[in-house]
Design a protein around this ligand. Structure first.
Ligand SMILES: Cc1cc2nc3c(=O)[nH]c(=O)nc-3n(C[C@H](O)[C@H](O)[C@H](O)COP(=O)(O)O)c2cc1C
Length: 397
């Protein structure tokens, strides 16, 4: 239902995004996107570029009178740094930096100057994704769905966090993360992570880490088990894995679950006094069979260390064929807190799409009427009719 396209180079005049498929009648202003754009720019370990940019999205289509029209939404974000690069004579860049798209992009597209790879592969593009995610988040808010994130590990410094017992505890965790310079809700771990980033910077190196994105208020029944490309778990894993530098994504504690026995892992089903089905645990991370269970969706993503390092890495100068060392250009030292905000945006995009698939409809009013019918339990009427059935098609004759 939803399609997102982005365009723009890291040091070009602006980023552009188009979001197609949003229903009409959603109240939306540029200010609604502002918070997320600012959050993507924050975080201890960020580089100098972030103090140049003051990201702000401007709608150029699809929003009239502070409401979506149902037409494609187009938006732009100015690159303030462009002014510093415009008309500048720039030497060709010929030593590929390991971990970037410098070499792979040049081999694939036949570039003689690696800057052509760099300009589009740069994570500057994620500002456009965050703006689009902000539109999706605005839609989800109409249905009581919220998304937050927090960092659980940076450079080996880990926050040991319990599994929250309620949505309120998650919300409090998001709020604490917002106050931390490294987006970590545990103050002691936050301090250790900050010190770890400082040490890495002092030794002219970079760090990666792990963050979690949590989706609350998600109704059961989004996604589907019927085909590989309809499975919401697969779609979410792919979307989060598309963020630059994200090299591992899991749903719930998937890798930990893999080391346990089935009876320790699968969330037992209970029935309360009102007859509603519920789970006391959420080790499935909110998805079973590619379909939402109604529990929070929990995604964990692993980010590799930033590829641009002050200490050089061995490479080859493609202009001469001779061994060469990478050359440092202004860069983040650790971008895990910022990547978590990008993770929220991708999750919002996927979830808004799944909701639109489930509800159909061209206007917010239509969606709302249909949402009212969505029951928050797996099975409306118990006990089920226990009719016998046969496997196979009936012969009509
Ligand atoms: C929010 C964010 C900010 C980033 N900032 C930088 C940076 O300043 N310097 C850098 O070398 N890589 C940075 N990266 C990572 C690169 O974009 C990434 O390593 C590169 O595009 C290759 O990643 P890939 O192998 O996943 O495509 C950042 C990533 C994200 C998500």
């Amino acid at each position: 239902m939803l399609r997102m396209l982005t365009a723009g180079e890291s040091h070009g005049p602006e980023l552009t995004a188009i979001l197609e498929g949003m229903p009409a009648g959603l109240p939306l202003t540029e200010n609604d996107l502002q918070d997320d754009l600012a959050r993507r720019q924050k975080g201890y370990g960020r580089g100098g570029r972030m103090s140049i940019e003051k990201d702000r999205a401007r709608f150029t289509a699809g929003v009239m009178g502070s409401q979506t029209t149902g037409g494609p939404i187009a938006l732009t974000i100015t690159n303030r740094d462009w002014k510093n690069w415009r008309d500048r004579q720039i030497d060709p860049f010929t030593v590929p930096r390991p971990g970037h798209a410098d070499l792979t992009g040049a081999v694939k597209y036949g570039y003689r100057d690696l800057r052509l790879s760099l300009e589009r592969a740069s994570a500057r593009e994620t500002a456009a994704r965050v703006a689009v995610g902000g539109v999706c988040r605005r839609l989800l808010a109409e249905f009581g769905i919220t998304i937050g994130s927090y960092v659980t590990m940076i450079g080996g410094e880990t926050a040991e966090l319990d599994v929250p017992s309620s949505d309120e505890v998650y919300q409090a965790r998001f709020a604490s993360a917002e106050l931390s310079e490294v987006r970590c809700p545990a103050p002691a771990a936050s301090e250790r992570m900050r010190a770890r980033i400082k040490r890495a910077f002092q030794s002219k190196d970079t760090l990666g880490g792990v963050f979690e994105v949590v989706m609350l208020g998600v109704p059961p029944g989004l996604g589907s088990h019927v085909h590989f490309d309809r499975k919401l778990d697969g779609i979410l894993l792919g979307a989060l894995g598309s963020i630059p530098s994200i090299k591992g994504v899991e749903i719930g504690p998937a890798f930990e679950n893999a080391a346990r026995q089935g009876t320790e892992v699968h969330d037992a089903i209970h029935r309360d006094e009102q007859g509603r089905l519920y789970r006391a645990t959420n080790r499935a991370g909110g998805l079973e069979g590619g379909i939402t269970t109604g529990e929070p969706i929990i995604i964990r993503a692993a980010m590799k260390p930033i590829s641009t390092t002050i200490n050089p890495i061995q490479s080859v100068d493609l202009a001469t064929g001779e061994p060469a060392q990478t050359v440092y250009e202004r860069s983040d030292h650790c971008a895990v807190p910022r990547a978590a905000v990008v993770g929220e945006a991708l999750a919002a995009f996927v979830l808004a799409d799944a909701l639109l698939i489930k509800l159909g409809g061209d206007s917010l009013a239509e969606l709302k009427a249909r949402f009212a019918d969505l029951r928050r339990s797996h099975i409306a009427d118990l006990p089920m009719d226990n009719q016998p059935w046969t496997f196979g098609f009936q012969d009509e004759n």
